[in-house]
Design a protein around this ligand. Structure first.
Ligand code: NAP
Length: 470
């Protein structure tokens, strides 16, 4: 894949880059390793000052950074501006909470025959971050902010279609004051990842991306015995039960499916609606979807911009055509528009069966699958019936049913009467083929920490008393 910026709204190639040489990559890893030994000795307060400076820069440069993201991958300018602000908020969250998240945790000393026992969280070293283009700033920040606060250093291999955003991120942390090498961008293709992850100076990897990339990185990391966090794809269910506010559910469903031009891992993708409210929901949802304005992502009036690549558009159109050929019904959209740019209309497809690709595959664009369920049990069966388990939504005002959904939905995130989103305060991640490990919250920060047990005895007179050597 070329390392280049191509504007998805026009298909025009704007800027391309040569991949870094092996020597340049090696020098960046060396700088990351040296910076780690420096960073781990700084105080949390110092790292916090640098991260606050990064947040200040993000806020000051919001509009131009947002324009860059829109140009590189096609999200609407309004969404891009909100993404920059969210990144600054996450930086400030980790600055405020790192002291308590990284504080020593006392254990019951008496129970382990110690004078003192505690858990200490320490950084582990340079972490390779392989990141996707769909939230080109946020996906990186939600790794980088906690990692840098913990004292780790970062090596970013960003998606090949967002090189300018990738370079901006390196520059951002440098200007914020972090030591040289604390956060570096490697302009390389995915074929370079194996060698980088095999380097002994690189201690761990985090990937946000497709299932295929996840399997590849897990295989390499397994061989190298390195920790990984994998945030992979999803085909999130959005279940609507008879007690739900159907108008509100249909309105949120439209945003949940089409946010980020339909290219979000936690976008609701399969709409599973109880038969009692199916017709009412289907009518409103299809009307809302058809009313969305598709067009120039820089235009403030646009709801849905282009897909990030022509290949991505071809793929979702092939999934829709496959469903239609096997008997599905298109309620709106489903036709490739003429003209330049990789636009696709918001589309609703119903009468889906397990023979169709859409039943089991992730659809990464503004295309919704609509399913009918005659009972709670059937809704759960369809909702859990894919290999994914990232997010899940349920709409019901019945408290007992809310409890059941919270338990029965097989997903890393369950949102009831609202759409799935990420917050710095809450852990984020998936189960099954959606990956493992968590980002955000204290849990996300500690994924790349050495959870070190420290046991302190009385001294020479009573050393070892009651202890179990392991
Ligand atoms: P992708 O092809 O897997 O790309 C993501 C990153 O992985 C890019 O940097 C890519 O580099 C790299 N990559 C691809 N194949 C690789 C391999 N075999 N070995 C090492 N690195 C590899 O994913 P995408 O299609 O661009 O992104 C969409 C996917 O990401 C969807 O499945 C979506 O659901 C998922 N996603 C998940 C989350 C989450 O938090 N769970 C969030 C956002 C997106 P190149 O660009 O150079 O190919």
């Amino acid at each position: 894949m070329p390392i280049a910026t191509t504007n998805p709204a026009t298909g025009q190639l704007l800027k391309s880059y040569d991949a870094m040489s092996d020597e340049q990559v090696d020098a960046a890893i060396e700088r990351a390793d040296l910076a780690f030994h420096q960073l781990r000795r700084t105080t949390i307060a110092q790292r916090g000052r640098w991260l606050v400076a990064a947040a200040d820069l993000l806020e000051a440069e919001r509009d131009e950074t947002a324009r860059l993201m829109t140009t590189e991958m096609g999200k609407t300018y309004a969404a891009a501006k909100a993404e920059v602000t969210k990144c600054a908020t996450a930086c400030r969250f980790y600055v405020a909470h790192a002291p308590e998240m990284l504080a020593d945790e006392p254990a019951d000393a008496g129970a382990v025959s110690a004078k003192r026992a505690f858990v200490r969280y320490q950084p582990i070293g340079p972490v390779l971050a392989v990141m996707p283009w769909n939230f080109p700033l946020w996906q990186v920040l939600r790794f980088a902010a906690p990692a840098l606060m913990a004292g780790n250093t970062g090596l970013l291999k960003h998606a090949s279609n967002v090189p300018q955003t990738a370079l901006y991120l390196e520059d951002l942390f440098r200007r914020a004051g972090f030591p040289e090498g604390a956060f570096s961008t490697l302009l390389v293709g995915s074929d370079a990842v194996e060698k980088i992850l095999g380097d002994p100076r690189v201690r761990a990897a985090t990937l946000t991306g497709s299932e295929g990339a996840g399997r590849s990185i897990a295989r390499i990391a397994g061989r190298e015995l390195k920790k990984t966090v994998l945030e992979l794809g999803g085909s999130d269910p959005f279940v609507v039960m008879p007690s739900a506010d159907v108008d509100r559910a249909a309105e949120v469903a439209t945003t949940a499916r089409c946010q980020n031009n339909g290219q979000s891992c936690i976008a609701a993708k399969r709409f599973i609606v109880h038969t009692d409210v199916f017709d009412a929901f289907a009518e409103r949802f299809a009307a809302n979807m058809a009313a969305l304005r598709v067009g120039d992502p820089m235009d403030e009036g646009t709801d849905v911009g282009p897909l990030a690549s022509s290949g991505g558009r071809d793929e979702i159109h092939a999934q829709v055509r496959d469903a239609v050929e096997h008997g599905a019904t298109v309620l709106c959209g489903g036709e490739l528009p003429a003209g330049e740019g990789w636009f696709y209309p918001p589309t609703v497809v119903t009468d889906l069966t397990p023979r169709m690709r859409m039943w089991a595959e992730e659809v990464f664009g503004p295309v919704a699958g609509l399913y009918r369920a005659s009972s709670y049990d059937e809704a759960i069966e369809v909702a859990n019936g894919t290999s994914f388990g990232l997010g899940a939504n349920a709409w019901t005002t019945d408290p007992a049913e809310q409890e059941r959904f919270a338990t029965d939905l097989d997903a890393g995130n369950v949102f009831i009467n609202g759409m799935t989103t990420s917050y710095p305060e809450l852990p984020f991640g998936g189960v099954k083929n959606s990956g493992y490990g968590r980002e955000l919250s204290a849990i996300g920060m500690r994924e790349f920490c050495n959870t070190k047990t420290v046991w302190v005895g009385e001294g020479a007179a009573s050393a070892g008393a009651g202890a179990h050597a392991e």
